[in-house]
Design a protein around this ligand. Structure first.
Ligand code: TXA
Ligand code: MG
Length: 349
């Protein structure tokens, strides 16, 4: 299959590109498209056979459910049993935007889309390209991130092309995405609303609207027998080919430790910030942004992990990026990429 890439001019969008994409979706095919979080790999969510193609193209385990994307609030009713009051409140505040809600599914959503679950994940993205595509495609577009399963999520059309060339007919190229981390997932089927995946919409932001909200214990527990509830969160993810370790502690000790380790490797990779860049002496040093700009750190993370694969480094050391807002989402992705390997250098002399 030849994979066509159509550039979308955001100021003067060519409607024929959307019509073409919409036709492919309605005929049961796949189209990759930008959203404000990451690029998605779309199919008609109500067509079981179309959803199956997504799993095939990504090499994704079939028990890992897809998110259904909508563009209009009135379309929600059809795919859920009942619209919970919490969903209305959260949607008023954060939709369209980087938030996914889990609710009981209605009959018309096939199990092939929900990974066999009786619940469905729904999101209304804010990117106008995504919204137009959803409307042209019939209103319900199932879309996981458009990467091969296990690789970092794509934040540019080129990342999508790397993973999907020859497997899908069309990629809409809307340029680099805005946020760079996948949406926050809020499960509304538990007695206490629960965050299953941290993202741009933080726990505090959800609490502001709903009051009592909890983090999924599987996300924060150091006990690995406590499994995360979102099936996708249990898989190794975002993993670069080289071994990645996160180094934590006072900054001077972190820099000294990374320099020492890097000097012992043939082709080390380092993830640092603008503030520390000039301090690293060896290897492939990549600057993720300023420590004071967590939006920049979020938007560069996945691209940097992909670059290390291209560069063929043999070990990667990263500084840690705790920060008040997005820090939880950034560290969640980075820890998964590192297979949870962290080194605490605070006691080292
Ligand atoms: O920002 C995003 O959410 C992007 C863009 C394309 O919208 N999509 C995305 O999809 O990240 P994906 O498939 O890569 O991640 C979806 C996550 C998985 O961890 C999956 O297990 C979880 O959502 N999920 C989906 N449906 C669920 C359900 N019914 N119950 C629990 N978790 C669910
Ligand atoms: Mg994904």
């Amino acid at each position: 299959m030849v994979t066509e890439v159509i550039k979308i001019d955001r100021d003067h969008p060519d409607m024929s590109a959307f019509e073409k994409a919409g036709r492919i979706l309605k005929e049961g095919g796949l189209v990759a498209f930008p959203t404000e979080t990451v690029y998605g790999l779309g199919a008609d969510a109500l067509d079981e056979e179309a959803s199956r193609k997504i799993y095939e193209a990504k090499g994704r385990p079939s028990d890992n459910p897809l998110i259904v994307h909508i563009a209009r609030m009135e379309d929600l009713e059809k795919i859920v049993k009942k619209v919970p009051e919490e969903a209305v409140k959260l949607a008023q505040r954060y939709w369209p935007g980087p938030m996914t809600l889990i609710m009981e599914k209605s009959e018309c959503v096939p199990y092939g889309t929900t990974g066999g679950l009786d619940t469905v994940a729904v999101r209304m993205p804010s990117d106008p390209v995504a919204r137009e595509l959803i409307l042209q495609g019939g209103g319900y577009v199932a879309a996981p991130s458009a990467n091969t399963s296990g690789r970092p999520s794509p934040t540019t059309a080129r990342h999508v092309y790397e993973d999907m060339e020859g497997k899908i007919p069309l990629i809409l190229d809307g340029g680099p995405v805005e946020i760079g981390l996948e949406s926050t997932i809020v499960d509304l089927t538990e007695r206490i609303p629960t965050i299953l995946r941290p993202g741009y919409i933080t726990l505090e932001m959800v609490r502001e609207v709903l009051g009592e909200v909890q983090m999924d214990k599987g996300l924060i527990s150091s006990d690995s027998s406590v499994r995360p509830k979102a099936p996708g969160m249990k898989y190794r993810h975002y993993a670069p080919k080289a071994d990645l370790k996160i180094v934590e502690g006072p900054m001077e000790k972190v820099i000294a430790y990374i320099n020492e380790k890097a000097s012992e490797k043939e082709r080390p990779g380092i993830i640092c910030t603008e503030e520390t860049r000039s301090r690293y002496l060896y290897g492939d040093v990549k600057c993720i942004g300023s420590r004071t700009d967590e939006n920049a750190i979020a938007s560069h993370l996945f691209a940097i992990l992909r670059e290390f694969d291209e560069d063929g480094v043999d070990a990667i050391y990263s500084e840690s990026f705790e920060s008040p807002g997005l820090g939880q989402a950034i560290m969640n992705r980075l820890l998964k990429a590192a297979g949870h390997q962290r080194v605490d250098v605070s006691q080292k002399v």
